[in-house]
Design a binder for this molecule. Structure first.
Ligand code: F6P
Length: 525
């Protein structure tokens, strides 16, 4: 199938996307639910290609694997775990069985405990919440708190992730220890960055008149380790190993978001995710948004070979979405070994990057429009902003978003470029100047448009991307739910620590590392 798709790609090389447009294409090559529209008409996918991509998904058994995931089967085969972040947003409580036990009563009772605690914090003297966590224990809530800032009516939330002392120092400097709550968010409660920051925060609180015994809570799968740290059980919100770190913001890891926007807002976010789950399980083929988003991704990366993909939210409050998606997608699908241990026959997932528009337009869009590599772009935009008194800003924002995808599609040929500067130059100089103003065009993009960035919509968007990762992972035959690729660096950092501290020699290290250690030691007081 891969070869057929690659032959198809070769056969359409040079074809203009614009030429594919007939009266029906805009609707045929879009998925619209009751809530959002995903438009991929501005890609070089035609009906034949789409049928082949759908056959690829069918051949990989995406639907059966999806059902297995929702049913609690252990599809994370390298770690022997179920993959059930969807249970965290299963608000109806329909049974979800893991090893013969329905996990829903526990999930819902933890959600109720979180809500009671969030209400308690929101009505207390706490003014600031510091979430200490990293990776999946940071990126999701940090992204969502910013995304939903118009809905925040609770304490301010801050996020400390980096072990670089600059991070925690800069955050704590602004806070009053007596009115600050620290959330230690770590699935394992062993992550060195988080535990180091948590101890620093505890010492700071003690030294500045706060009470760590009352102002710390924990989000973790480990009751033992949270107890060892001194956090009493009633302030520990637990979850199970069938929730992957980068999929965990729907449960206790989302506590900071719940405190910020309140339990009802948080439930609306969960309902959005649940709505996307329903859609993903029920919608057929071309009507299925996560499936089509994934197939567009497969076409661009694995078939056409585009190494990177830009995520371009025209929504300032989604500023942290690209970073969130980097972990979600690259930690999940950045793998070269298939589930059975064999090497992948195609490329792994792409580099995902991006920044909000219109800012990016004044920074890196030059390369997207005129660079030598094609970068598929994913635009996203809300029909309405929250600033009703600034509607003209939103109109300008949307105009820019639509204009960028149009520019990528159409480009500007030499004749048009020439006509733009014909009044200023002539002869050879006109040719030279015109050449710089040519846009190749025919560059693919998709656009996700939604009513407004509210909790329900954000929940749908995040679940949409989670399921996209799932589908791409199944098609690639990899395990999207482990992350062995982060281990080696962690082990070496642990081994290097005494070398850096000067209590051990850098023996056995390569010459470059030894030279860096020498430089370090000779440049420290
Ligand atoms: O280093 C990778 C990772 O394991 C991520 O997958 C995870 O989200 C992050 O570290 C943090 O882990 P924890 O929540 O256990 O502190």
């Amino acid at each position: 199938m891969w070869n057929d798709l690659k032959s198809k790609a070769a056969s359409i090389a040079g074809r203009q996307i614009l030429d594919l447009f007939d009266d029906a294409r805009a609707d045929d090559f879009a998925v619209q639910t009751q809530f959002m529209r995903f438009d991929y008409a501005k890609t070089n996918i035609d009906a034949g290609t789409r049928a082949m991509l759908l056959a690829l998904a069918e051949g990989a058994g995406v639907a059966a694997r999806r059902d297995a995931m929702f049913a609690g089967e252990k599809i994370n085969e390298t770690e022997g775990r179920a993959v059930l972040h969807t249970a965290l947003r299963n608000l109806d409580g329909d049974p979800v069985m893991v090893d013969g036990v329905d996990v829903m009563p526990e999930v819902l009772s933890t959600l109720d405990r979180m809500a009671a605690y969030a209400d308690e914090v929101r009505s207390s003297t706490i003014t600031d919440v510091v979430n200490i966590g990293i990776g999946g224990s940071d990126l999701g809530p940090a992204m969502a708190v910013q995304a939903l800032s118009p809905y925040r009516d609770g304490p301010r939330c801050h996020f400390v992730s980096n072990v670089d002392g600059a991070h925690i120092a800069d955050v704590l400097r602004e806070l009053d220890a007596k009115t600050t709550l620290v959330i230690v968010a770590s699935k394992t409660f062993t992550t060195i960055e988080t535990m180091t920051n948590a101890r620093t925060a505890r010492a700071w609180m003690k030294d500045h008149g706060g009470d760590p015994s009352a102002q710390f809570c924990a989000l973790s799968t480990s009751e033992e380790k949270t107890a060892d740290f001194g956090i009493p059980g009633e302030r520990v919100f637990g979850f199970e190993d069938w929730v992957g770190g980068r999929y965990s913001m729907w449960g206790p890891i989302g506590l900071s978001l719940m405190i910020a926007i309140g339990p009802e807002g948080f439930r609306a976010f969960l309902r959005g995710g649940q709505e996307m789950d329903r859609h993903f399980r029920a919608a057929e083929g071309v009507e299925n948004m996560p499936l089509m988003l994934a197939l567009v991704g497969i076409w661009h990366r694995q078939v056409l070979g585009h190494a990177t993909r830009a995520v371009l939210p025209y929504d300032q409050r989604l500023g942290q979405l690209p970073a969130y998606l980097q972990q979600l997608e690259m930690e999940s699908n950045g793998k070269s070994v298939a589930m059975d241990g064999s090497n992948l026959p195609v490329d792994s997932g792409p580099v995902v990057w991006g920044a909000p528009g219109t800012n990016g337009q004044h920074a890196f869009y030059q390369l997207i429009h005129q660079g030598t590599s094609v970068i598929p772009c994913e635009f996203m935009v809300a029909a309405q902003g929250h600033e009703d008194d600034l509607k003209h800003h939103h109109d300008l924002l949307v105009a820019n978003c639509f204009a960028q995808s149009e520019a990528l599609l159409r480009g500007r040929d030499l004749d048009e470029a020439r006509s733009k500067v014909a009044d200023k130059f002539e002869g050879a100089e006109l040719e030279r100047q015109a050449a710089h103003r040519v846009f190749a065009g025919n560059r693919p993009s998709s656009t996700l448009i939604y009513p407004r960035l509210d909790p329900f919509t954000l929940g749908q968007i995040i679940a949409l991307y989670e399921h996209r990762v799932f589908v791409e992972g199944v098609i690639l035959g990899i395990n999207s739910y482990d992350q062995w690729g982060v281990e080696l660096g962690k082990e070496l950092a642990t081994a290097l620590q005494p070398v850096i501290e000067g209590t051990a020699e850098a023996t056995g290290k390569d010459g470059s590392t030894r030279a860096l250690v020498d430089y370090l030691h000779s440049h420290r007081n």
